[in-house]
Write a protein that binds this ligand. Sequence first.
Ligand code: PLP
Length: 458
Amino acid sequence: MQFKIIQKTPLYKAFSELGKRIFLPDGIFYWSGRAKKEAELIGTIGSAFGYEKDFIDGGSSEWVPCYLKDIKRYTNLSIKEIVPYASIAGLPEIRETWKQWIIKKSEYNERTESEKLSRLERFMTTPSITAGVTNGIFLCCSLFLNPGEYIICPNKRWGNYDNIIVKNIGAKIKSFEFFKDGKFNNESLKDAIDEVSNVQDKIIILLNLPNNPTGYIPTITEANEFINLLRESQTLEKPIVVLVDDAYEPYIFGDDVIDKSIFYNLHQLDENIIPIKLDGITKELLLYGGRIGFVTIGLKPSWVSNDEELEMLKNEIINKLEGINRSSISNCNHFYQAITQKIFEENSMDEILETRNKVKTLLKKRYERINAELAKINNPNISVDPNSGGFFLFVNLNPQKIKASEFADHLLKRYKVGVIPIEKLNDNINGIRIAYCSIDIEKIPEFIKRIQLALQDF
Ligand SMILES: Cc1ncc(COP(=O)(O)O)c(C=O)c1O
């Protein structure tokens, strides 16, 4: 494949050496595809096939992938739906379904927001499937970061980002202070952007909203300020890529915050602020072990001059994503892709939302209860970060009085309460993450009472 169109885009400029180098060569898939259409006798497929009756007692005369008979005891899905390899970027039908799901989640109204809707539909790649959101984060970070280069993240972030970016890829994280006076700290982000732009030709930002560990979601004003900052940063004349980790996308409980992923706002911008959506079935469809994630790249109308170029661009991008998949995980779990597709085939999207709403309501009640209980604590040594959704919240502890890890240890030993301490004093963090998503609402008052008692011991 030639990469004629992509090479002219700011997306390409932002690529790492790997991003520039990687592609999926024609190889086996090219010849298998041709054989399917052109050959009478096919010897291209590298998985065992046979007449079912030749390897299963009582089997049919159908030519199927060979399998062990016990497999059938554990699923109603057909053998063809679970045994073969899935395509490298994922099963075409679930990729298309997820694209429609992303459109649905935009909540753009066909009648009143038809322009936004058609822009969204046309100017995004069909999602490429990864082994969970984690793998999508790794894949995208590899696509954009050379070892030693910077990515900008809030200081309070999912700890695995550090494993992926620093330990695995060898890149660096430029932390910005997430909050100032209980609000998103745009100033600190601006400083980080300025610093990074002094040393590299691209700005890569990784954001996760609702956030782990804080539960933060921006208010509409905060989101607008953030977007304006990115727009103003266009004067730097460097591509800005925003990786939007939407792992907890549906779990928005607060009233005054943005009601959908910030991906959608960024996608509508004409400037070279390139949003990449990372989502998955993990929390969204409550299928943690399914390991199915999606990478979807937002494109800009100014990058192409006609529909033909747009299609070529999408193919070139997908080829690169396939190249990364093929050279790392090859392809993703077929069984869970098939299950996901069945869920969407057998239910309307509204029905899926309705079913999930039961869980969302359950979590929202816990969110309200835990915040109400925490608000009753009158202790100058703690403060709770702004939180409006997701699975967690974060309680800051005064580092002069209480070390987070000692507090968590004490809480566990004396009060039999488990929380995750995060203690990164260089990054101004000393506190505990509470995963209220997994605490029964009836136990929340006791949970917080014990934290209050433990605080008095310091
Ligand atoms: C912010 C964030 N992103 C991504 C993930 C991982 O998602 P997945 O299990 O799909 O890899 C998590 C899970 O804890 C998370 O907290």
